[in-house]
Design a protein around this ligand. Structure first.
Ligand code: NHR
Ligand code: GAR
Length: 219
């Protein structure tokens, strides 16, 4: 019997695409049972697009500056994404806020990786803010995307220590190492049907998840 078809994903990026690369690599090795159907960037010329082409994945640019407003940009983005028929939309360093209608369209089938221990430090400049607050621990979260910016249900996190002498760059680099392990794991759980959104609750293996899984406790 033929192997079951792998679920398709579309990855949205805005920049260098190192998280995209970690996904492409693990999809190619078979460790991550998904088919990356397309990569779409809202910024032209970014390195993530080259990574997609190098992996033989369609790389598209949809420049928000070519549209009159967010709504018309997002309508075209939906058209493009849905043309690939993905089971899941993956935000990987995608830097445009998405309107409620877009989030509702992909409710329960769109994930984001955010470089903080949510609910701390939603939005941008998370590493600078964690340092300024004197945190001793920082990290990264994976959540289902809802209209509330970085406010959707979190189901997986990894932590890193903040070390003496850290600046935003050294801290970001330490977090990024964890990001590259965390996102493929989260996507694999989704692809295997282990994690899903039920209303505002994340179900893990069919049971409500009381607190996010942690990579460091054997997730
Ligand atoms: N949209 C919704 N509705 N909900 C979320 O949870 C989203 C989202 C869009 C993107 C990623 C996010 C992050 O992980 C994300 C989550 C961009 C901004 C932002 O302020 C904030 C958070 C995130 C991404 N963007 C500015 C804007 O006006 C532009 C900033 C820039 O271009 O540098 O869209 O942190
Ligand atoms: C990552 O650190 C990701 O967590 C963060 O941007 C970086 C993208 O790097 N995402 C956000 O800040 C979302 N607002 P990458 O392009 O190399 O994957």
């Amino acid at each position: 019997m033929a192997a079951a078809a792998k679920p398709g994903i579309v990855v949205l990026i805005s920049g260098r695409g190192s998280n995209l690369q970690s996904i492409l690599d693990r999809a190619a090795s078979g460790e991550l049972p998904v088919e990356v159907r397309a990569v779409i960037s809202n910024r032209p010329g970014v390195y993530g697009l080259q990574r997609a082409r190098d992996a033989g994945v369609p790389a598209l640019v949809l420049d928000h500056k070519d549209f009159a407003d967010r709504t018309s940009f997002e309508a075209e983005l939906i058209r493009q994404i849905d043309g690939f028929g993905p089971a899941l939309v993956v935000l990987a360093g995608f830097m445009r806020i998405l309107e409620p209608g877009f989030c509702e369209h992909y409710r329960g089938r769109m994930l984001n990786i955010h470089p903080s221990l949510l609910p701390k430090y939603r939005g941008v400049h998370t590493h600078e803010r964690a340092l300024a607050a004197g945190e001793t621990e920082h990290g990264v979260s994976i959540h289902f995307v809802t209209p509330e910016l970085d406010g959707g249900p979190v189901f997986l996190q990894a932590t890193v220590p903040v070390l003496p002498g850290d600046d935003a760059d050294t801290l970001a680099a330490r977090v990024l190492v964890e990001e590259h392990k965390l996102y493929p794991l989260a996507i694999r759980w989704f692809a295997e049907g282990r994690v899903r959104l039920d209303g505002d609750t994340v179900l893990f293996d069919g049971a409500p998840l009381a607190a996010p899984k942690r990579l460091d406790d054997g997730a």
